[in-house]
Design a protein. Structure first.
Length: 360
């Protein structure tokens, strides 16, 4: 059982680093792509390469510790000297789940937090509950809505993994008594009359207009409408069938006449229904469109999905059917739409608000 750090010169003068891992008679190779050494031509390159080599050696030690812990069920004292941020980066580099951007996001925030404390080389041996609670404060101060809670859950996930892999002999997270705060922001939604106003407001891109309106009527996320193909739509049965990219949940729904009217010039089965730009480009156009419609709300593409869910509840749709149409895995995820609908109904008294002069 061993983990060896290897170097390989490339044709362009750079040097690739990799780990040769031998365990139980098997050999695996882990390429450290993010630590490729530059061709040294100045002092800056040499210093950067030294830092990368240091990180590579730390990852090498971490992998050795993982093997040792797995095979002998012990925790080596060397784990105490492993730099937390470097180990977490190596964990993320081999992470394959869809929330990898969020995992990287929390690590980036943890590194910034450590910089404010001058503890960038914090090791697992020095990671204590006080540091973690201070990081919780940092997340709450620098996050919006449920962001702090979401990021901290992923931070805990990494520490749980370090504990399971015997990098640390005590799960420090279990010593944290407080819970992180995270209150969901109230997301803006477009009521049916506002969607109608948008439909009659000029916009630079007809493709974006039809796709966005289609999202408000079906609840499709950006990632799903961006790659929606014609074979997902059955015009004869007036149905839409997709597997959501984010959740993997299959959704089948009836398409009403309004949503069908947005689908022109049917193409080949594997062709895209809408020709859309990047998410940033589409949201920029949507924001300008909403402003032109004189709708004083902060609207992005994701608000189209929330509009769909909230309008279903407002129209009296059953929460469980709403869950099915939204492709949500639990009924609890529909609570935000129920809450949003209740808030809108409570504001209904504003419609009969008048100026009463009772001075006489």
């Amino acid at each position: 059982m061993s983990v060896k750090l290897r170097k390989r010169k490339n044709a362009d003068g750079t040097t690739s680093l990799r780990l040769d891992i031998y365990s139980n008679g098997k050999r695996t190779i882990e390429t450290l792509k993010h630590l490729q050494l530059a061709k040294e031509s100045n002092l800056k390159d040499r210093e950067a390469n030294k830092e990368k080599l240091k990180k590579a050696e730390t990852i090498q030690l971490t992998r050795a510790l993982e093997l040792e812990g797995n095979n002998y069920n012990i925790t080596s004292d060397a784990g105490k000297n492993t730099i937390v941020s470097i180990w977490m980066q190596s964990y993320i580099d081999s992470y394959t789940k869809k929330d990898i951007r969020n995992m990287q996001g929390v690590l980036n925030r943890f590194i910034k937090f450590l910089q404010t404390k001058n503890q960038t080389n914090l090791t697992f041996g020095n990671l204590d509950p006080l540091i973690i609670e201070n990081f919780m404060d940092y997340l709450e101060k620098n996050s919006i809505g449920e962001g702090a809670k979401s990021y901290f859950n992923r931070f805990k996930k990494m520490l749980h993994y370090a504990y399971r892999k015997k990098i640390i002999n005590e799960n420090v997270i279990d010593l944290i008594e407080r819970k992180i705060k995270g209150v969901a922001r109230r997301k803006e939604i477009l009521l049916l009359e506002e969607i109608s106003i948008l439909a009659n407001t000029p916009i630079k891109s007809d493709q974006i207009k039809r796709a966005f309106l289609f999202s408000t009527l079906t609840g499709l996320r950006w990632v799903d409408i961006k790659k929606l193909t014609w074979d997902r739509i059955n015009f004869e049965n007036k149905t839409l069938n997709i597997r959501q990219s984010k959740t993997g949940v299959d959704v089948a729904m009836h398409l009403n006449s309004a949503s069908l009217s947005l689908l022109d010039n049917k193409g080949l089965p594997n062709e895209l229904v809408f020709d859309l730009p990047t998410a940033d480009g589409a949201n920029k156009t949507v924001k300008a469109w909403v402003k032109r419609a004189k709708i004083n709300k902060h609207i992005t593409w994701h608000n189209a999905r929330h509009s769909f869910g909230t309008n279903l509840i407002l129209m009296g749709e059953d929460p469980y059917n709403t869950q099915t149409l939204m492709g949500q895995s639990t009924i609890q995820q529909i609570e935000r739409y129920i809450k949003g609908a209740k808030e809108i109904k409570l504001m209904g008294t504003e419609k009969i608000n008048i100026n009463l002069n009772t001075s006489n």
